[in-house]
Design a protein around this ligand. Structure first.
Ligand code: PGA
Length: 260
């Protein structure tokens, strides 16, 4: 795995946007795996800017979001559907029919999950999967104890995750208990994983995911098994990494062709 430490979240998000933009330029029919939450907001702002200022073209792109809350309709202000339209899709030229987000209102969750997996396969697989990480080490909504080879399915949120989401719902009681999420096996199938983490709050999860053992108790640690996983961190999120100096040194000594 590659660990890139930037001075702040702004620079980290600019770098992440360059990686995503490069994928889209090299492959106009790229398939993007998208995440929600606070972390990718600046990345999406950068992509919108690149679309406006330098014509970054999303007209051939397909996207699959990681997850959605069960029982929350797309129009709900805290749904991940609403988030994606507010922060990205309304401001770029990606055709609506190529946007895929799990349907939290489906009457048949197992069938909808199978269909989601099938749609990812039919699209040719995810070229670049954007990820955040929970304070408990989850990626997507794969909470600790998730099977390391899980596929898209229903999950029950931990109390920690529901607390982290409380602000968006105006209180913990209003946070749904269940979600549909791509599995760890689904995420591992993507060609590249780009995980972003900012702030001291994420330092422990990052050190466990990057430098701890691979374990279902830290779902993000499965990325150690991925051939192309890139962690883009700010200084605070990297502050518990034992080998931080080495990662910085690697980045400073990259040959030009390896730079993003
Ligand atoms: P955050 O969430 O970006 O809002 O911190 C990340 C996550 O829980 O995966």
């Amino acid at each position: 795995m590659e660990i890139i430490i930037q001075p702040n979240s702004q620079q980290a998000s600019e770098l992440a946007a360059r990686i995503v933009a490069r994928t889209v330029r090299e492959k106009p029919h790229a398939v993007l795996g998208l995440a929600t939450g606070n972390t990718p907001l600046q990345l999406y702002r950068n992509l919108v800017r690149m679309h406006r200022e330098s014509g970054l073209d999303f007209s051939g792109v397909t996207s699959f979001n990681l997850d959605e809350y069960v029982g929350i309709p797309p129009a709900h202000p805290s749904s991940f559907h609403s988030y994606m339209w507010a922060h990205l899709f309304s401001s770029i030229n990606m055709p609506r029919e190529r946007v895929n987000i799990p349907d939290g209102m489906t009457g048949d969750i197992p069938a909808a999950c199978r269909k989601y997996e099938q749609a990812i396969r039919s699209a040719g697989g995810v070229d670049i999967q954007i990820l955040g990480i929970g304070t408990n080490g989850h990626i997507g909504f794969n909470e600790p104890s998730s099977s390391l080879s899980s596929r898209t399915r229903i999950k029950t949120l931990t109390e920690e995750t529901r607390l982290d989401a409380a602000a968006a719902f105006g209180g913990e009681e209003a946070v749904p208990t269940h979600v549909i999420t791509m599995g760890l096996g689904t995420i591992l199938d993507s060609k590249m994983c780009l995980l972003l983490a900012f702030g001291k709050k994420k330092a422990k999860a990052i050190s466990l995911a990057a430098e701890g053992p691979v374990t279902a108790m830290v779902p993000g640690s499965i990325l150690q098994m991925h051939p192309r996983a890139i962690f883009v961190l700010d200084k605070d999120a990297a502050s518990d990494l034992k080998m931080a100096d080495y990662y910085v040194w690697i980045n400073e000594h990259k040959p030009d062709w390896q730079k993003y």
